[in-house]
Design a protein. Structure first.
Length: 308
């Protein structure tokens, strides 16, 4: 069964524009986060275009979405007809493209979830700014970069903000909605409403490093790596301690493999450059080594742990 279609056209959402709601969503980037955002947006009735640079990446994301949406459907409806209907209806809202510029032509909202690199994100938004209608809101799902610095690439800072989702997006209930000083009330309200429509619980954040959750999670994960580097505990014991002693669903090394060791290395490199005086943000040598070895976590079959 052909689950997905490739983008040919999407109707311009006059109604969404007039009614203050977001209907047409373009998600740029089809990695773990981008695919998850596209999936949940489609599940909740938005018309979604998911974009990546080539067909291979898009196909990989489609496979991930198919697996995930089946789990969501099973949880919601069991294994009956309603589950199949939910899956086919959700996927009918989702198209794919490898052309970011044409994919924003009728977007009410663009959510960017590409590599954590400020220059690459700015270059993308500069191009999209010229191609998107004036009402389109731009949001970055960056984990750690400054939203204001990304927004600098555009002439729509009043229609710019952060929408920071958590992995796995179909499961994690939190959405951080980030505003910069220029973000208009109308933009903030539309982003918040969009998040609620996606079934998320919203927390309002300022454009500070890591917003709320990652501001606390990042130093914690770095401290766990350093603890093991010093030989003060084993990785397995640290994970067990945090699961059974603090009630966390995953230990820090499981979380690192879950989110991607390379993503986490980018975050800590960026923060250690921005805040050189902050010892807690220094990049541990273990992270550098893991990335050099291609041990990036679950997605490559090995990170701190090995996976089948
Ligand atoms: N899609 C759909 N459903 C999924 C899923 C996915 N990708 N992953 C898990 N699920 C569902 C399962 O189907 C299962 O449903 P059920 O309750 O009906 O059986 C349920 O979630 C639980 O899954 P599992 O039984 O497979 O495993 P766990 O009970 O261990 O839960 C987990 C998995 C939800 C990932 C849980 O371990 C967890 O919450 N871990 C913490 C994750 C975390 O810390 N995320 C934040 C990382 S930081 C971040 O994202 C910010 C970024 O900027 C870096």
């Amino acid at each position: 069964m052909a689950f997905f279609t490739t983008l040919t056209s999407r109707t311009f959402s006059h109604s969404a524009m007039m009614s203050n709601s977001i209907k047409n969503v373009t998600v740029i980037g089809s990695g773990l986060m981008g695919a998850g955002i596209a999936q949940v947006a489609a599940q909740t009735g938005h018309s979604v275009i998911m974009v990546d640079i080539d067909d291979a990446l898009v196909s990989k994301a489609q496979k991930r979405i198919q697996d995930s949406i089946q789990r969501v459907a099973k949880k919601k409806f069991g294994e009956n007809e309603e589950a199949s209907k939910f899956i086919s209806e959700s996927l009918s809202h989702l198209t794919t493209s490898t052309d970011a510029v044409t994919s924003v032509g009728s977007a009410d909202l663009v959510v960017e979830a590409i590599v954590e690199n400020l220059d690459i994100k700015k270059k993308l938004f500069m191009q999209l700014d010229k191609a998107a209608p004036s009402h389109t809101i731009f949001a970055s799902n960056t984990s750690s970069l400054s939203i204001a610095k990304i927004a600098d690439a555009t002439d729509r800072k009043d229609r710019f903000g952060g929408l920071h989702f958590f992995n796995p997006v179909p499961v994690m209930k939190l959405l951080e909605v980030v505003r910069i000083p220029e973000t208009s009330e109308a933009t903030f309200s539309k982003m918040t409403q969009f998040g609620k429509t996606m079934g998320k619980v919203i927390v309002q954040c300022k454009d500070t490093p890591g917003f709320i959750a990652n501001h606390l999670i990042v130093p914690y994960l770095l401290a766990a790596i350093r603890l093991v580097e010093r030989g003060d505990g084993t990785m397995e014991d640290v994970d067990t301690a945090m699961k059974l002693g603090a009630g966390y669903p995953m230990g820090p090394f499981e979380v690192l493999d879950h989110i991607g060791v390379d993503l986490f290395k980018s975050i800590s490199e960026d923060w250690s450059t921005r805040f050189p005086e902050e010892q807690a943000y220094r990049v541990p040598s273990t992270l550098v080594k893991k990335v050099e070895e291609g041990k990036l976590g679950r997605k490559t079959g090995e990170g701190f742990y090995k996976y089948n």
